[in-house]
Ligand binder design. Structure first.
Ligand SMILES: C[S@@+](CC[C@H](N)C(=O)[O-])C[C@H]1O[C@@H](n2cnc3c(N)ncnc32)[C@H](O)[C@@H]1O
Length: 349
C-alpha cells in the first residue's frame, strides 16, 4: 500500500475498503456479547489486526471491538475486574508503520504494538490471542502461483495481469494458492489463539465469477482496464510485451462457495457466521480520479517494482481515459464486488 498521507497514499484512498466496518459493527457486537467466553479471562485481552496497513481503517474496527468487550466485561456480574487491552497491528515489514503510530487516535484505551511479518506464518506467542481481525487482506496471496508465470505451462497467463474467466487453468492455479494460503493463515492462528477466541474476517469476494452476464467486479476492473493499459503501452514500445507477460498480481477474490469450502476443511475453528454483503465502499468512488487513485494506492508498488517508477503517471492517465470511455465500468452500481463476513471460534483445546 502507498505510504504516508499524501495524494497517492492508501490513507487518502481507501474509502472503497472502509465502508465494510460499519456493516460489520452490529455483527461484531452481537458475536462478542453472545459467544465470547470471558469467564476464563485474566485481566489481559489481546487483539490483532492482520493486514492493518497504515491504520486508517483499522482504528475504527479496534474501537468497535474494545467497546463491545468492555460493555460485556463491565456488565453487572463482572464489575470487579478491569481489562487491559493489547492491540497488535500486523502487516508486511515494508508497511509504513510510522504513519500508523503517528495517526493513532488520542486517548486510546489499549497498548499498541507493531507485529511486522507475513500473516501466513506464526507471529504471536502460543495461546495468547483472544480476538483476531482481518479486513480486505486475505485476498493477498503469499506468492504468485508458479504456473501462471511459466512460459512452458498450460496455465501461463500471457498478456493478462490477473486471472480472467476465459482462462480456467489460470483461475485454478490462483484458487489453489488461495486455498493453501488460507490454510496456512488458519494453522498459524490455531496455535496463537486461546480456546474460545473469536476471529472476524472481512473478505472481498465475487458473487458469480463464471457468469458472463454478471457485470464487473473489482477484479475485472483491474484485469480488463489496468491490464489492457499495460498491453497498450507495450505496443507503443514503452516496454516489451514479455515484460507484461511476466507480470501478474498476487491476489484472489473467492466466490462465497469457494471460501466456505476452504474454511470448512479446518478442524480447529467452528464457523459461527458466514454472511454476504454488498460492498458499501463502492459508492465512495464516484469520479474517474477517485477510482484511479484507489487502484494506484494499492498497486503502485507492485507495478513500479516490475516496470519502474517512470511509467506510473502515464499508466494511470491511460487508465482514466479508458474508464471515462467505459459506461459500464464507470457506474458504481455495476460493481458486483461483495464482502464476506466470517466469524470463526477457536475450538476448545
Ligand atoms: C487492501 S489493504 C487492507 C488494509 C486494511 N485492513 C483496510 O481494511 O483498509 C491489504 C493489506 O494487507 C497487507 N498484507 C498483504 N499480504 C500480507 C501478509 N502476507 N502478511 C501481512 N500483511 C499482508 C498489505 O500489505 C496491505 O496493507
Amino acid at each position: 500500500m502507498n505510504a504516508g498521507e499524501g495524494a497517492h497514499s492508501y490513507v487518502r484512498n481507501s474509502s472503497y475498503q472502509s465502508g465494510v466496518v460499519d456493516v460489520a459493527k452490529p455483527i461484531i457486537e452481537e458475536e462478542i456479547a453472545t459467544k465470547l467466553d470471558i469467564n476464563t479471562l485474566q485481566n489481559r485481552f489481546c487483539i490483532a489486526d492482520f493486514g492493518c496497513s497504515t491504520g486508517y481503517n483499522s482504528f475504527p474496527a479496534i474501537e468497535i471491538i474494545t467497546q463491545a468487550i468492555n460493555k460485556k466485561y463491565k456488565s453487572p456480574e463482572n464489575t470487579s475486574k478491569t481489562l487491559e487491552f493489547y492491540v497488535f497491528f500486523n502487516d508486511v515489514i515494508t508497511n509504513d508503520f510510522n504513519t500508523l503510530f503517528t495517526s493513532l487516535p488520542p486517548h486510546i484505551n489499549y497498548h499498541a504494538a507493531a507485529v511486522p511479518g507475513h500473516f501466513h506464518g506464526r507471529l504471536l506467542p502460543e495461546y495468547s490471542l483472544h480476538f483476531a481481525y482481518s479486513s480486505w487482506s486475505l485476498q493477498w496471496l503469499s506468492a504468485l502461483p508458479e504456473a501462471v508465470a511459466d512460459v512452458g505451462s498450460p496455465a501461463w497467463n500471457k498478456g493478462e495481469i490477473l486471472y480472467t474467466r476465459d482462462r480456467k487453468l489460470v483461475c485454478d492455479a490462483y484458487l489453489d494458492q488461495f486455498e493453501k494460503d488460507i490454510g496456512l493463515f488458519l494453522e498459524s492462528r490455531t496455535v496463537e489463539m486461546v480456546s474460545g477466541g473469536l476471529m472476524v474476517l472481512l473478505v472481498p469476494a465475487v458473487p458469480d465469477f463464471w457468469n458472463p452476464e454478471s457485470e464487473y467486479t473489482v477484479t475485472w476492473d483491474i484485469s480488463y482496464l489496468l491490464g489492457s493499459c499495460l498491453v497498450d503501452m507495450a505496443k507503443k514500445g514503452r516496454f516489451s510485451e514479455a515484460k507484461v507477460d511476466s507480470f501478474n498480481l498476487p491476489y484472489y477474490f473467492p466466490t462465497p462457495e469457494q471460501l466456505k469450502a476452504i474454511l470448512s476443511k479446518n478442524q480447529s475453528f467452528t464457523i459461527e457466521r458466514f454472511e454476504i454483503r454488498d460492498n458499501p465502499g463502492k459508492h465512495t468512488l464516484a469520479s474517474v480520479n477517485a477510482r484511479a487513485a484507489f487502484l494506484r494506492a494499492v498497486n503502485e508498488r507492485l507495478v513500479t517494482d516490475h516496470f519502474g517508477s517512470e511509467i506510473i503517471d502515464e499508466l494511470f492517465e491511460l487508465y482514466m481515459e479508458k474508464l471515462e470511455a467505459s459506461p459500464v465500468f464507470l457506474n458504481p452500481d455495476n460493481d458486483k464486488t461483495i464482502v464476506i463476513l466470517v466469524v470463526l471460534k477457536r475450538k476448545l483445546i
